[in-house]
Design a protein around this ligand. Structure first.
Ligand SMILES: Nc1ncnc2c1ncn2[C@@H]1O[C@H](COP(=O)(O)OP(=O)(O)OP(=O)(O)O)[C@@H](O)[C@H]1O
Ligand SMILES: [Mg+2]
Length: 406
């Protein structure tokens, strides 16, 4: 029996099997090829929701705990700490295990068979530090075990995308810019054969872009960059930045909802030169609106990247009438250093393959963040002779995993 192909993404997850000689993406939710990598522990109903159902529970303001982008936490000590969630003590390994268990059971129900093994994608590097990278993979394997898989094997995500990319003979570059990582593979296609020549990746993706935009456009409305008066004397100092950083980061938002953070913020609000801004921060923590804000930033980013002249970050959940704007120019300027890192990582991949930029015949873009103009323009500037191919942005990797699983 083949392994179930699973692309466990920072933002979205997909599963696939081969059917009639081609990859078949399994609808993990009715009519949907991908499942948001989101979990909601519902405290009233005492059950675990995943995907769109989890997002809906968040939007409806149900009592519980929402989590997204947990792939970014793999390899850190947070994964194995026991935490209290209403009547349960759980680690994040168990929580991600519940998510993957749903992927398994939905796939089994759809295919009418049992999957004991998984072939999972993995970023080329979860972390730049090798020990942490190895720990991330060990954590993910434990998550698959917790989900009930007897075994799991891995394929680097961009190498999977290369297998599914199609196209004629020649040299190609996969550019997979996802939610958490940017991954690259140089490959050579000869007939139906795909040879991987080199792969490389960095820890940078759409969730980092959301953080950059949130820190620039939203967190100042909540007090970032404003001053606090000293407890005694006339001096003022800038408010510490760490809370704003955590609130702007998808993966760390749930860890802010605790008494110690609320007390810190209450103290800052008393000392604030602009207390009305800190009052919004208090509201976000009290009402647990951190993810609502993150979703608003993500929507603003996608709108600014689209045909509109600017994107709106709608913050009415926090305060009636509150919003921020991202223009196309803001998006380009905010992501310049990210684009530079992506260009450098692609260049490193070419060097590892001993291939010149001019030899690459096509660039295959996958991953949701490859839809960002600043990303695709950067790559096309770097490889002006290559033909850009916009493949299946959200399913290219799981297609390749299904081919490899067979
Ligand atoms: N039209 C769009 N324009 C810009 N960004 C987009 C667009 N659509 C989705 N994104 C971004 O793409 C990211 C998700 O992409 P994807 O589903 O490929 O990531 P992932 O596979 O879950 O993550 P990773 O592979 O890094 O673990 C999100 O950050 C999302 O905001
Ligand atoms: Mg991905």
């Amino acid at each position: 029996m083949p392994a179930l192909a699973i692309d466990f993404g920072t933002s979205n997850t997909a599963a696939a099997v081969m059917a009639g000689g081609r990859p078949h993406v399994i609808p993990l939710e009715e009519g949907q090829e991908t499942l948001p990598t989101a979990i909601f522990l519902d405290f009233d109903a005492r059950r675990t929701l995943v995907g769109h159902a989890a997002v809906r529970a968040l939007i409806d303001g149900r009592e519980g705990r929402f989590m997204r982008a947990l792939k970014s936490v793999l390899g850190t000590s947070l994964m194995r700490e026991k935490r209290q969630f209403l009547n349960e003590r759980l680690t994040l390994i168990e929580i991600v295990g519940r998510f993957l268990a749903r992927v398994k059971s939905e796939s089994e129900a759809h295919c009418g068979m049992t999957f004991d093994r998984a072939l999972s994608g993995r970023p080329v590097h979860f972390h730049p530090n090798p020990a942490r990278d190895a720990q991330a993979l060990a954590d993910l394997s434990d998550c698959y075990a917790a989900a009930g898989f007897a075994g799991v094997e891995y394929l680097p995500e961009p190498e999977a995308a290369a297998l599914a990319s199609g196209g004629g003979d020649g040299l190609g570059l996969i550019v997979d810019i996802g939610g958490g990582t940017s991954d690259f593979t140089v490959f050579r296609r000869t007939g139906t054969k795909t040879d991987v020549m080199a792969s490389h990746g960095i820890r940078l993706g759409g969730t980092n872009f959301d953080r950059t935009l949130s820190l620039a456009h939203v967190m100042p409305l909540f007090g970032k960059g404003t001053n606090l008066k000293a407890e005694m004397g006339p001096n003022t100092t800038e408010a510490p930045v760490s809370i704003f950083h955590d609130l702007a980061t998808w993966a760390t938002i749930p860890f802010l909802y605790n008494g110690a953070t609320k007390r810190d913020v209450a103290r800052m609000t008393k000392l604030a030169v602009e207390p009305e801004k800190f009052a919004r921060l208090v509201e976000v923590l009290d009402m647990e609106l951190g993810h609502d804000v993150a979703f608003a930033v993500e929507r603003g980013k996608i709108a600014a990247n689209g045909t509109e002249a600017q994107g709106v970050i709608d913050l009415r959940e926090v305060e009636k009438g509150l919003s921020a704007m991202i223009t196309k120019a803001d998006l380009g300027a905010g992501l310049t250093s990210s684009a530079d890192q992506i260009r450098a990582a692609a260049a490193e991949t070419l060097a590892a393959a001993s291939v010149d930029a001019a030899q690459i015949e096509r660039i295959v873009f996958v991953g949701g963040s490859s839809l960002l103009g600043v990303v695709s323009d950067t790559m096309q500037d770097m490889l002006p002779k290559a033909t850009p191919v916009f493949g299946a942005a959200f399913t290219g990797i799981v297609d390749g995993l299904a081919i490899a699983a067979q």
